[in-house]
Design a protein around this ligand. Structure first.
Ligand code: TXA
Ligand code: MG
Length: 339
C-alpha cells in the first residue's frame, strides 16, 4: 500500500515526522527535490537500500547519492575531504551539486554499489531538507523505474511506483527538472561525471578547470569511475531523434523528418521551443531553463499520447544546455541528426 501525502502548499511538520518514521523503519519514501523526485531510504541501513534497487530494477553496481541536510553529516559519510569539496559545498549547497568522495566506513557497500567512494549532496528543497533532518542521511536515486525518464512530479512517481513503495510526498512540480551535476573529487583531478542542474561553468569558476568524462558528450561507455553511464537511460517507449544545429535550420529539418516518418506510417511527436505541426506537439518553453524543467515531462507525456517517434529540438551545449543535451542524446540512444 502506498500513502500519497499532499504537501503542495509547503512543509507540514506533522506529516514530515510520519514520513521520517517510515525512513527510520527501513521503508521507502519518495520525495521532491529541486531537481527531480528521489526514491529515499535510510542510507546507512543496507536492507532498506537493497529495497531501492529492487523497486527500481536498478543494477546493484550503480551507486546511489546520499542526501544530507547538515554540513556536519558530510564527515559522517565521506572522508579525506579535499579543499575543493569544501569550497563547492560552501558555495553551492544546498543545491543541485553531487560530489563523489572517499567513502566513510559507516556507509554500507550496497549504497555505493561496492565502490570505495560515495556520492553526496544537500538538496535545495524545504521538504527534502525537513525529511532528512527529521530522520537520517537518505540514499535516493531518481524515483523512476530504471531506464525511464526521471520524475518531475508526484504523478510520475505514482505512475512508476504506486503500490510498490510506502510513501510518496507530493510537493508539486520540481523546479530544475534535470538531476544534479555529479563531480568526482575522490582523486587528484576533478572530473565531471554527469552534467546537471548546476552548470559546469560555475564549478570551474570556483575550483578551476574540470575534466569532462568522455561519456558526457559521446557514447563511450567503459571506465569504472562513472558506473551510471553504461546503462540505458531516460528512454520513453517511442524512438527519440534529436535534431541539433543552428536554430533557423533546425526547424526545417524537424519538419522534413516529420513528413518522412509520417509517410512511413508512424505517429510522430515533436518537442520544441516553437510550435511545429506533427501528430502531437509538446511546447518545451523558450529558455534553456524552461527546456530543462519540461524535458522529462515532455518525454513521458508524448509517450502517453502514443507516438512512435519523438523528434526533439536540441539546444546549445552550454550552461544547463549541457545537461539537457546529455539527457536527450541518451534518451535517443545517440540518434542525433545535424540540421
Ligand atoms: O538530482 C539528483 O541527483 C537526483 C535527486 C533525487 O537528488 N538523484 C539522482 O540519482 O539523479 P541517480 O541515482 O538517478 O543518479 C546518481 C548518479 C548515477 O549516475 C550514479 O552512477 C552516480 O550518480 N554515482 C553515485 N555514486 C557514485 C560514485 N561513488 N562514483 C561515481 N558515480 C556515482
Ligand atoms: Mg536516475
Amino acid at each position: 500500500m502506498t500513502i500519497v501525502v499532499n504537501m503542495r502548499t509547503g512543509v507540514d511538520p506533522r506529516k514530515i515526522r510520519i514520513a521520517a518514521r517510515f525512513i527510520l523503519n527501513g521503508k521507502l519514501v519518495a520525495f521532491p527535490t529541486e531537481t527531480v523526485y528521489g526514491l529515499g531510504a535510510d542510507a546507512l541501513n543496507p536492507d532498506a537500500v537493497k529495497r531501492i534497487f529492487e523497486a527500481k530494477g536498478r543494477p546493484p553496481d550503480n551507486p546511489l547519492i546520499i542526501h544530507i541536510a547538515d554540513f556536519r553529516d558530510l564527515k559522517r559519510v565521506a572522508r579525506d575531504i579535499p579543499k575543493e569539496a569544501k569550497l563547492l559545498a560552501e558555495k553551492f549547497w544546498p543545491g543541485p551539486l553531487t560530489m563523489v568522495l572517499p567513502k566513510a566506513d559507516e556507509v554500507p557497500p550496497v549504497t555505493t554499489g561496492g565502490l570505495d567512494t560515495v556520492a553526496v549532496r544537500m538538496p535545495a528543497h524545504p521538504i527534502a531538507l525537513a525529511l532528512i533532518k527529521a530522520s537520517t542521511p537518505v540514499a535516493a536515486p531518481s524515483a523512476n523505474i530504471s531506464g525511464k525518464p526521471s520524475p518531475t512530479s508526484a504523478d510520475h512517481v505514482v505512475d512508476d511506483f504506486y503500490g510498490r513503495i510506502e510513501v510518496i510526498i507530493d510537493g508539486g512540480e520540481t523546479n530544475i527538472g534535470v538531476e544534479s551535476t555529479v563531480i568526482d573529487l575522490s582523486s587528484e583531478r576533478p572530473m565531471l561525471l554527469r552534467p546537471g542542474g548546476l552548470p559546469l561553468e560555475e564549478i570551474e569558476a570556483t575550483i578551476g578547470p574540470v575534466e569532462i568524462h568522455p561519456a558526457v558528450k559521446g557514447k563511450t561507455v567503459d571506465m569504472a569511475r562513472a558506473p551510471g553511464m553504461k546503462y540505458r537511460h531516460y528512454s520513453p517507449n517511442a524512438q527519440v531523434i534529436v535534431v541539433e544545429g543552428p536554430s533557423n535550420r533546425v526547424r526545417r529539418k524537424i519538419e522534413e523528418l516529420v513528413r518522412e516518418y509520417r509517410s512511413m506510417g508512424y505517429r510522430v511527436g515533436v518537442m520544441a521551443r516553437e510550435e511545429i505541426s506533427a501528430d502531437e506537439f509538446y511546447f518545451l518553453g523558450k529558455t534553456p531553463a524552461d527546456v530543462a524543467r519540461n524535458l522529462f515531462k515532455a518525454l513521458r507525456e508524448l509517450d502517453k499520447r502514443g507516438v512512435d517517434v519523438i523528434i526533439a529540438e536540441g539546444i546549445e551545449e552550454k550552461g544547463i544546455g549541457l545537461a539537457v543535451m546529455n539527457r536527450l542524446k541518451k534518451a535517443s540512444g545517440y540518434r542525433v541528426v545535424k540540421a
